[in-house]
Design a protein around this ligand. Sequence first.
Ligand SMILES: [Fe+2]
Length: 266
Amino acid sequence: MSGWSASLQLLLLPHEDISGDNFDDDRRSVCGSTGGGGLKCVSGEGSVGSVQASMLKRLVEVVGSKSRIATNEVSQILSAVDEVTREELGVQESQYHGRLDLEMRKLITFLNITEQENYSLGIFVMPPNTTIPLHDHPGMTVFTKVLWGELEVEAYDIVAKRQGDNDEYVALKRGTSVTRDNEVRYLTKDNGNIHQFHAKRWTAVFDLAVPPYDPWNGRPCNYFRVLGDATTENGTGETDSVIMETRDCPDEYRTTRGIYTGTSVD
Ligand SMILES: [Fe+2]
């Protein structure tokens, strides 16, 4: 990891967490960087068995030096993400089912694959009934593949600031959906950019963000809380908007950092 990315990681990992087994000493809470608010999904076969070529390295080649993803580039990257397998990433469900420490069985594990100036790659492993709280990806395009498990995604987009209050917004509901094994989805800067992930069972989520979080360049991770439906305010009977406000990273959102053991791209 470069010095630049190391310092960025520290800024994005605000909380110390508790210790556990089989993990390195760099344990902190992670600002959720997983994607998945986008409405378009593709479903892959999920290769099983030996990996003939590195699909992860191919993905990195496809992303190249792009720091923004144009609309006409999305399908190519979706396909490349779809090709990446859990075997190549070295993330097996049985590794986590075997955790004996009860606290570790409740912690979301983040595996950093690489963090470059124009993109980041990582994996979140979520125990059953854990949640990555509502957060945004300012100006980013994020591709997400559920390697295994079942992920409920709730997504929104801010459409207006509430008058007279700088911390409250009107946000359009993008709906709640369930993403399962080998499904790939994405979000953009204005489609599903704010989202929450809830793992219904043990779930591993592979994540590509272009560009990555960078608070020094207008891309901090912001957390939100839904205050209620916007319908009663405008009196139109609409049910597609909510009022939300920014908030600090929830105390209950705690993660640990694991050691990535899959194919290296550095
Ligand atoms: Fe996210």
